[in-house]
Design a protein around this ligand. Structure first.
Ligand code: SME
Length: 166
């Protein structure tokens, strides 16, 4: 199967995310594997929107630590403690965190110095357990808003609907 990676730039965000959700379900049809889903979603979001860094941090070590998962972009930090940085804050509080200006977020962890704004969305399985966070970085200040939160949270429901939590 060779599905295309559509360019979602230039569409209203709501339309872009609707197309993304459709494409994710299409590409992942027939699999319940979480890592396959993470790789697919990171690729479609990253190239679809032209972000700086896009990827997953998986919850490990009995919920104390985040460890890098599938991603697109420059090398990411391998481990982040839950509670630290934007990713660790989203994980600790189990909520989406939007940071319009990373310079103004105390404790922001810099992996790529070009990052200016960031959104981190929690990923839950069918039991409601936090499995990972999905982190997207932009070179633009204030790149993410409520449309991004809604759109990404919707796409990430794949893990609760279909994912095969081990
Ligand atoms: N900025 C994140 C760290 C991960 S990198 O951006 C890929 C944070 O503060 O948690």
């Amino acid at each position: 199967m060779a599905e295309e990676t559509p360019d979602l730039r230039g569409f209203p965000k709501a339309d872009a995310y609707a197309a993304l959700a459709e494409r994710v379900d299409l590409v992942l049809e027939g699999t319940r594997d979480e890592i396959a889903a993470m790789a697919t979603i990171a690729t479609l979001v990253h190239h679809g929107f032209g972000h700086l860094w896009t990827g997953f941090y998986r919850v490990v070590d009995s919920g104390r630590q985040l460890r890098i998962g599938p991603y697109q972009g420059a090398l990411g930090c391998l481990e982040i403690a839950v509670g630290r940085g934007v990713c660790g804050t989203a994980a600790a509080e189990c909520r989406t965190v939007i940071v319009p200006d990373v310079a103004a977020f105390p404790g922001h962890i810099t992996c790529d110095a070009r990052a200016r704004s960031e959104i981190v969305v929690p990923v839950f399985d069918a039991a409601g357990t936090l499995r990972a966070v999905f982190d997207v970085d932009s070179e633009l200040v204030d790149a993410f808003d409520e449309d991004d939160r809604r759109g990404l949270e919707r796409v990430l429901t794949w893990f609760a609907r279909t994912g095969d939590a081990q």
